[in-house]
Design a binder for this molecule. Sequence first.
Ligand SMILES: Nc1ncnc2c1ncn2[C@@H]1O[C@H](COP(=O)(O)OP(=O)(O)OP(=O)(O)O)[C@@H](O)[C@H]1O
Length: 510
Amino acid sequence: MTPSPVLTIQSVSKTYGSNTVLHGVSLPLHPGEVLALTGENGAGKSTLSKIISGLERASQGSLQLGGQAFAPASRRDAEALGVRMVMQELSLVPTLTVAENLLLGAIPHRGRWRAHWIDHAQLNTRAVAQLAKMGIEDIDPRTPVSQLGIGQQQMVEIARNLQDNTRVLILDEPTAMLTPRETRHLFDQIALLKAQGVAIVYVSHRLEELIQIADTLAVLRDGRLVKTCAMRSVTEPDIVQLMVGHAVDQDMGRPRRPRGPLLLNAKNLGRGTAVQDVSLQVHAGEVFGIAGLVGSGRTELLRLLFGADRTDTGEITIQGTAHKGWRSPIKAIAAGIGLVTEDRKSQGLLLSQPIRINTTLSDVGAVSHAGWLDRAREDSIAQNMVQRLSIRCSGPEQAVGTLSGGNQQKVVFARWLHRECNVLLLDEPTRGVDVGARADIYAELEKMAEAGKALLMVSSDLRELMQMCDRIGVMAHGRLVTVFERGEWTEKSLLAAAFTDTAALNGTHG
Ligand SMILES: Nc1ncnc2c1ncn2[C@@H]1O[C@H](COP(=O)(O)OP(=O)(O)OP(=O)(O)O)[C@@H](O)[C@H]1O
């Protein structure tokens, strides 16, 4: 017999101004059920999750938790009743230790003057137990969170939400920053929680994960629930079709693109232990991929190439002109380099400003005339970008901060499309972007390659690299350990290279 639902969502709608983003969504969630919530960027997944976890209020409709009316006015309210959400943006306090973050609000005290004596021994013991729930043994609870890698921070955030009273746990893109090993830990943990009767809402664009982990599928399209069914009754192409409304081609067998003149030649680049002696060449018309685990130095390499960090060693030659690294990104940009990253904060999106300004800011010269801003031109460029990249919005005047995460990512991309650059560095360019929108971005990258630009793309998504790239270099422990030509790689060989023990290669094992 099916148990009665722990959470019932009844005809929930949400309206912002005149824009209705959720239309009468009804859904039951049972104890021990893993529900995959998916849909295109802007379909309403985060909005629904936020309503359940007390961060937003429904405009219409109601929720029930364990048969009782449930209308949390805040996140705290929802958490008190055991409904928790792990958001895409982490909410840890970087200056506090792992243990303090884990037990924030329940810090153990000693002595009579409770406020003055934090019992660190007990705090750390409890933190170790909390981390063990996630199978994490290699993080010292006394470490300040700011010293952890982003994947580890994500694990701490998830561990923090595994409290004894947790009945409903919403995970929003939980594996975006996890290594394969951390992802396995997370899945083991989900299985454990399931066995304990916790209901899980798993929001993700990674369809293969949804299929692996979920019992039930719920697909939102334009704020409407278009399908709920048992996960075992559908295939990956079925899910894509439900999300996007049509099939999306994933062509893995494309031929290698013709290689033009050398545009980017990096020689012996190094910075501390993060990037060591990396040399690579990218030609016009070529897409060069970089694979590797989180922390292997992929992002750091792009930061050196873009001048976001200074190099200790090496040389960067752009179109025949050699540079001893860059003193700042301004120099790199002037030399024709652009950088798209998934880290929207570092991309300096002006969240309160409209799409129009955020798009054209990268090259104001192109939208001004004799020192005056040409508003009509600015409007037409922004409108064009919105259509070209299918940015889901009410129009180019919508503030970027009110767009869904994936659509913000497209604005970052639009910015570099607007600014002409010959070498484009891409760091996880489609993270958090749905399959349909991904296809739009791939088509734009294809056009850029055809137009003779050199593209260097870091991605954790091996399928993305295998689909898009002409060559794939694999990094491990700060080194570029191997470069595969199209046709030479398999998913297995790429993974094996990512796990290369460089210390063993160098014969430096202690
Ligand atoms: N505060 C707000 N004001 C106006 N519109 C908003 C606001 N918050 C969200 N929206 C709109 O609601 C719609 C749904 O956004 P939501 O973030 O729920 O989508 P999502 O399915 O989670 O997308 P993604 O996969 O990109 O994270 C979007 O069109 C977004 O622009």
